[in-house]
Design a protein around this ligand. Structure first.
Ligand SMILES: N[C@@H](CCC(=O)N[C@@H](CS)C(=O)NCC(=O)O)C(=O)O
Length: 196
């Protein structure tokens, strides 16, 4: 059984949603990011982590990709062109969405107060709004890559949810309706409900 560690209202949601999509057996351990409990699992205090056979795996994208490969779902096979494209999409979403949202969060409440530069958020919002259309243009069907859902959809939908709560604009109808459909999935709802 997997142990999925980290609060569901953090990047841990990506891992929990992946586990639900795969129908995998797991235990959810609710540790807050940067808490002593989280540091006892991952010394950086960063969430999520996944414990597999007593080995601690870190980084949400690495964990999602590992799980998808292991269960033969939500991913194209290693060494295929589709997989290269899937990995490229993951990097793009990390560069063009996650990084901007995370920089905004760090300058709002994560960094020590004297290190925060709140004025940077206006620039980050502008850049995010520009990147939204770029990602939306790449949605090839019901899912980012067409007919098959992949871990890139979980990453993108999570970043769009995060954008909503951080008040970053997602003014693109295609992207909004794409995310709305993903949120209707039973696996998404089951993972989200872990935070209730
Ligand atoms: N690239 C990592 C980032 C992990 C990360 O920064 N997680 C946040 C919570 S969403 C965290 O634990 N922050 C606490 C900290 O940075 O001290 C991933 O995707 O897992």
């Amino acid at each position: 059984m997997y142990k999925a560690i980290g609060h569901v209202r953090s990047r841990a949601m990506r891992v929990l949603w992946t586990l639900e999509e795969l129908g995998a057996d797991y235990e959810y351990i609710n540790h807050r990011p940067a808490s002593p409990a989280m540091k006892s699992v991952n010394p950086s205090g960063k969430a999520p982590a996944l414990v597999v056979d007593d080995v601690v795996l870190t980084d949400s994208c690495a964990i999602m990709t590992f799980l998808a490969d292991r269960h033969g779902k939500l991913s194209y096979a290693c060494g295929t062109l589709e997989r290269a494209r899937q990995d490229a999409l993951m990097h793009q979403i990390n560069d063009e969405m996650d990084a901007l949202l995370w920089t905004a969060a760090r300058n709002s409440f994560v960094l020590p107060e004297e290190r925060r530069l709140p004025e940077i958020k206006e620039n980050l919002r502008w850049e995010f709004a520009r990147n939204v259309d770029r990602i939306a243009d790449q949605i090839a069907g019901e899912f980012l890559m067409g007919d098959m859902m992949t871990v890139s959809d979980i990453l993108l939908c999570h970043c769009l949810n995060w954008a909503y709560s951080a008040k970053f604009p997602v003014e693109n109808d295609k992207l909004r309706s794409y995310a709305r459909n993903l949120r209707q999935r039973d696996a998404y709802k089951r993972a989200f409900a872990l935070g209730d």
